[in-house]
Ligand binder design. Structure first.
Ligand code: UT7
Length: 374
């Protein structure tokens, strides 16, 4: 049966760094609190749009696989921070990279969007619908971050990476997955102010406020990722000892430690980026995977376990077997355009804009009343 080998990979990280010290200039927080509770020291703030980051990551991944964009058959754009709602973001990437034959799909399961996209694209390749695909994990969170709320503002950053999948008869690529959603906890993480439910209050986009029950998410995330990891290992007949590398969602160092310890894998086998990038939602896993390959931590034939969770609360764990090649077939010279502001200046710009929007919206950011609650 066809499998979907990962033949290309590439990231596009914005250069501007927001440190814990920067955050403490406008929030009642400290470097000590953030580092000890989350493991985070820095995160990136993007000066370009999400689709611009995604276009560069896509071009790097296609070069890595030496796949002509004109031969690409599917683009899956995993994100919960789209530049526009209509038209979709995958079509913006398609237009920019010149993949006239590709089907283009946006997929939003919040932080797990890249991995759900990996499942969807691998499944379509296995079914024979397409022979190759580009799966993107990208997030531009800084414009809708609730910057005055220290419970969330210290945790997230912007970033992007993408992989190319190609049909193969070899036993590699995605070997198995375990997907789920604990919907009764969906109110634990909600961004109010984004979406049509707010339109009758005169707000579609502009001011946003985050509902965020950190402890509840922490508890559910550890349980859900541990259960999903055990399930995918069991489905694939692979033991924890056989895992060469864990590339987890990076929402909190303590969550990662709890999940891998419970799964029976030592921390030395875990790829960590949480210190440098914080939680980039859908971009977290593909950026960590791309950096793990660049650092030589992915070997030919490596078994890679990727557990993740996100708003919804969506949960998953994926088991990938890497192929023979750990070096790009080609690279491109291009980068993002130069950034002329510091990360803190960009954040303060957003804060000023949102303060104006808040005055106009008043108490308009009530969550939508949904049948059945939540
Ligand atoms: O990808 C999905 C995204 N979601 C998540 O990743 C959330 C998972 N949850 C977590 O990572 C952790 O629950 C947090 C990092 C969010 C919080 O850590 P915690 O150890 O659960 O802290 P806490 O919520 O129990 O708060 C402890 C104290 C509180 O003060 P009091 O009530 O004890 O006086 C908070 O108000 O820490 C306070 N606090 C802060 N203090 C300084 C909360 N945020 C901050 C902050 N700086 N940034």
């Amino acid at each position: 049966m066809n499998r979907a080998a990962i033949t290309g990979w590439g990231a596009a990280m914005p250069p501007a760094v927001l440190t814990n010290a920067d955050l403490s200039t406008f929030l009642d927080t400290t470097d000590e609190w953030i580092t000890t509770r989350t493991g985070m020291q820095e995160r990136r703030i993007s000066h370009v749009s999400a689709t611009e980051m995604a276009t560069l990551a896509a071009r790097r991944a296609l070069a890595c696989a030496r796949l002509d964009p004109g031969d690409l058959e599917l683009i899956v754009y995993g994100s919960c921070s789209n530049d526009e709602q209509v038209p979709n973001s995958a079509s913006a990437v398609q237009a920019r990279i010149g993949s006239a034959r590709a089907a283009s799909v946006d997929l939003n399961t919040a932080c797990t969007s890249f991995l759900y996209g990996l499942s969807a694209a691998s499944g379509m390749i296995r079914a024979g619908s397409v022979r190759n695909a580009l799966v993107i994990g990208v997030e531009l969170i800084s414009p809708y971050m609730d910057w005055e709320n220290r419970n969330v503002a210290v945790l997230f950053g912007d970033g992007c990476a993408a992989v190319v999948l190609q049909a193969t008869d070899r036993e590699e690529g995605l070997l198995g997955d375990d997907l789920g959603c604990i919907a009764d906890a969906r109110a634990a993480l909600r961004v109010r102010g984004m979406g049509c439910a707010y339109a009758n209050r005169g707000i579609v986009f502009g001011d946003t406020a985050w509902d965020f029950d950190g402890q509840e998410i922490f508890r559910r995330a550890v349980q859900g990722m541990t259960r999903a990891s055990a399930a995918v290992l069991q489905k694939c007949g692979v033991t924890p000892e056989q895992i060469d590398l864990v590339v987890p969602h990076q929402a909190n160092l303590r969550i990662i430690e709890a999940v891998v310890t419970r799964t029976g894998i030592p921390m030395e086998k875990v790829m960590l980026t949480v210190q440098r990038y914080g939680n980039m939602s859908a971009a977290t896993v593909p950026v960590a995977l791309t950096e793990a390959v660049a650092e030589g931590r992915v070997k030919p034939g490596s078994f890679i376990l990727m557990p993740a969770f996100g708003a919804g609360l969506t949960m998953c764990a994926h088991l990938v077997r890497w192929g023979d090649r750990v070096a790009p077939l080609a690279t491109i010279e291009d980068g993002l355009p130069p950034c002329t502001k510091t990360a803190l200046e960009m954040v303060n710009d957003v804060r000023a804009l949102k303060a104006g929007a808040r005055e106009r919206s008043g108490a308009g950011l009530q969550p939508p009343a949904l049948a059945g609650g939540g």
